[in-house]
Write a protein that binds this ligand. Structure first.
Ligand code: NAI
Length: 462
């Protein structure tokens, strides 16, 4: 007889596995289908986690080579890339096993294989059919291909190949100055590669507050990044030595070639719905191929939900996790809610860039009257002491009510500091609330308090 579940989640990434565990916690009989051999999705296997491991390792190498001497520590490091990569693989595999353990503990059935929706209440996994009262699509995203460029994961790589290069390339050319390009460019740049970035737009990191993005670009340039903005790649030729890219102005004209040992294509990701069987049940997609959902994350078929990268919104693991939990709770009869304005975004470069809420450009475009408070880490004693004075905190508050509307931080540990603002925004706090909260001295977080004070032009240390 066909095995029956209350919930079948298709996809074992951060959205899918977290949603499956939450559903099981709520007493629902739950299965999670995953086509990869291991759980954790793109994020754990070939994304967030391995990239952060390499960012940590490469930062240590870079610090030992270039920063330690400023502190009076004289060392000459040499790189053992094999060990660095093995450590990354070990961290990843410990976590994939960890999720297996969490599934066992919570009694989530792990269905190994490729899942296809074959009916409103039926999922087929490698040909075996399972019945489900509810189905959650959490199939994530895939690399957006670039016309004229074939990824071979050796000389022309996606983020997956860039996480396992066998040697440090002399010259790495990255197509796309987004989050993936800058994080992985940082890894290989710190290990000795010359990094050049070709970006279609006239700025880096679209979507990030302009002022922050400009400061970010300057700091990266000081680190050795070269940016070619307003340029597009029209083709690539693999040679014995490497790759020859054909490049021209974004608007056309001025054709040139750029050579590289390795090229990383990082021009975005797109919803992944291949062979999912959406047509079998009539689930609709938008013009960017994303599954359309309502405010309760239901697709056009009410008992089939979709979460994470496969629907609209930021392609972030933690956004997918929140949605996985929300769907599980909705199925269990609860009334959860996600405040999409309080979802942080972090770029894990050095320095880190962390943002939450609206950017100044978004507020301007929406015609919202706002106040700005800024504070530079140069004036923060802890940052100066640590030798990390780069960057600033920028806080945006409603001009009339003082309610916090956004915060953008570029600086060491920005990704940790931003959460104070996320909590504050979740509670509907004002900048005055942050300004009146005692912050320990000496900490980097004092810069957040000072930025809040400066919304009212009353920072103490500038
Ligand atoms: P992205 O959307 O962040 O950046 C892609 C960049 O490529 C953009 O600046 C875009 O203007 C540029 N571009 C597009 N077509 C181009 C072309 N033909 N020539 C030159 N430039 C072109 O995408 P990315 O970096 O690939 O990341 C994919 C997704 O993964 C994003 O949604 C990102 O937020 C997410 N991600 C998040 C991370 C984090 O939160 N730390 C880490 C890595 C990825």
């Amino acid at each position: 007889m066909t095995e029956q579940f209350d919930v079948i989640v298709i996809g074992g990434g951060p959205g899918g596995y977290v949603g499956a565990i939450r559903a099981a916690q709520l007493g629902l009989k739950t299965a999670c289908v995953e086509a990869r051999d291991t759980l954790g999705g793109t994020c754990l296997n070939v994304g967030c986690i391995p990239s952060k491991v390499l960012l940590e390792s490469s930062e240590k190498f870079h610090d030992a080579a270039h920063e330690f001497s400023k502190h009076g520590i004289e060392v000459k490091p040499s790189l053992n890339l094999k060990t660095m990569m093995a450590r990354k693989d070990e961290v990843v595999s410990s976590f994939t096993k960890g999720i297996e353990g969490l599934f066992k503990k919570n009694k989530v059935t792990h269905l190994k294989g490729f899942g296809t929706i074959t009916g409103k209440n039926e999922v087929s996994v490698n040909g075996t059919k399972y019945a489900a009262k509810n189905i959650v699509i959490a199939t994530g995203s895939e690399v957006t291909p670039l016309p004229g460029i074939t990824i071979d994961e050796e000389k022309i790589v996606s983020s997956t190949g860039a996480l396992k290069l066998p040697a440090v390339p002399k010259k790495l050319v990255i197509i796309g100055a987004g989050v993936i390009g800058l994080e992985l460019g940082s890894v290989w740049g710190r290990l000795g590669a010359k990094v050049e970035v070709i970006e279609y737009l006239d700025r880096i990191t679209p979507g990030i507050d302009n002022e922050v993005a400009k400061a970010f670009q300057k700091i990266l340039e000081k680190q050795g990044f070269t940016f070619h903005l307003s340029k597009k790649v029209t083709g690539a030729k693999t040679t014995k030595a490497g790759v020859e890219l054909s490049v021209e102005d974004a608007a056309g004209g001025n054709a040139t070639t750029v050579s590289a040992d390795v090229v990383l294509v990082a021009v975005g990701r797109r919803a992944y719905t291949d062979r999912l069987g959406l047509e079998n049940v009539g689930i609709t997609r938008d013009n960017r191929g994303r599954i359309e959902v309502n405010a309760h994350l239901q697709t056009s078929v009410p008992n089939i939900y979709a979460i994470g990268d496969v629907i609209q919104g930021a392609m972030l693991a933690h956004k997918a996790e929140e949605e996985g939990v929300m769907v599980a709770e909705i199925i269990a009869g609860q009334k959860p809610h996600i405040n999409y304005d309080a979802i942080p975004g972090v770029v894990y470069t050095w320095p880190e860039v962390a943002t939450v809420g609206k950017t100044e450009e978004e507020l301007k475009a929406a015609g919202v009257a706002y106040k700005v408070g800024k504070f530079p880490f140069m004036a923060n004693s802890r940052a100066r002491g640590a030798g990390t004075p780069e960057g600033f905190v920028k806080m945006l508050a409603d001009a009339k009510t003082d309610r916090l509307l956004g915060c953008h931080i570029i600086g060491a540990q920005a990704g940790t500091m931003i959460h104070e603002i996320c909590v504050a925004m979740e509670f509907g706090a004002s900048s005055e609330d942050i300004a009146r909260t005692c912050h320990a001295h000496p900490t980097l977080s004092e810069a957040v308090k000072e930025a809040a004070l400066n919304v009212d032009s009353r920072a103490i240390h500038i």
